[in-house]
Design a protein around this ligand. Structure first.
Ligand code: HEC
Length: 148
């Protein structure tokens, strides 16, 4: 009666392995491939971030402060998306009263500043201003930065 024994064992095995599989899929779905360039590897320069900060002060501070772009909300909106996504949403919608008014270089510096306020490390290479370059950088928020 080999077959009969097999039939009894099978549902038990499936019951154990299915939840394990679901868990495994969940964790891989969010994981960033180790080969990807992420914002934790130093994708902007300090100089660029300070430039971004002064543009932000002039153009954005009237309606925003850092807490709009940090913490759990930033993580939820931007984690695992690309630098291009963030760049492009700002470029096409901000400043709210005159979208697209700044040169690409300025938008890029602002994004660098936002990475800085999210405690992402600076590096030696500036954040690109072209779409192709920006698309290669994955935003990785390790721990939400506490709102100030
Ligand atoms: C005149 C007011 C005003 C100015 C100036 C302004 N913003 Fe905004 N911004 C808003 C409003 C209102 C929203 C929310 C609107 C929405 O969610 O569609 C917003 C939303 C945003 C978002 C969130 C978009 C998203 O979907 O996550 C970002 C990022 C942002 N602004 C960045 C900037 C930056 C950078 C600047 C400066 C270049 C700027 N804003 C200037 C009013 C403004």
């Amino acid at each position: 009666m080999r077959l009969r024994r097999f039939l009894i064992v099978l549902p038990v095995v499936t019951a154990i392995s299915v939840p394990a599989l679901v868990l495994a899929q969940d964790s891989t779905a969010k994981a960033v491939p180790s080969s990807a360039l992420t914002t934790l590897t130093g994708v902007y320069t300090d100089q660029q971030a300070s430039r971004g900060e002064s543009i932000y002060r002039n153009m954005c501070l009237a309606c925003h402060d850092d807490s709009d772009h940090t913490g759990a909300v930033f993580k939820q909106n931007w984690d695992t998306r690309t630098a291009f996504d963030l760049f492009e949403i700002i470029r096409t919608t901000m400043p709210n009263d005159d979208p697209g008014r700044l040169p690409r270089e300025d938008y890029s510096s602002i994004v660098a500043y936002l990475f800085k306020v999210n405690k992402m490390p600076s590096g030696k290479k500036p954040l690109p201003t072209d779409s192709t370059g920006l698309k290669q950088i994955v935003i990785a928020v390790s721990d939400p930065v506490k709102q100030r």
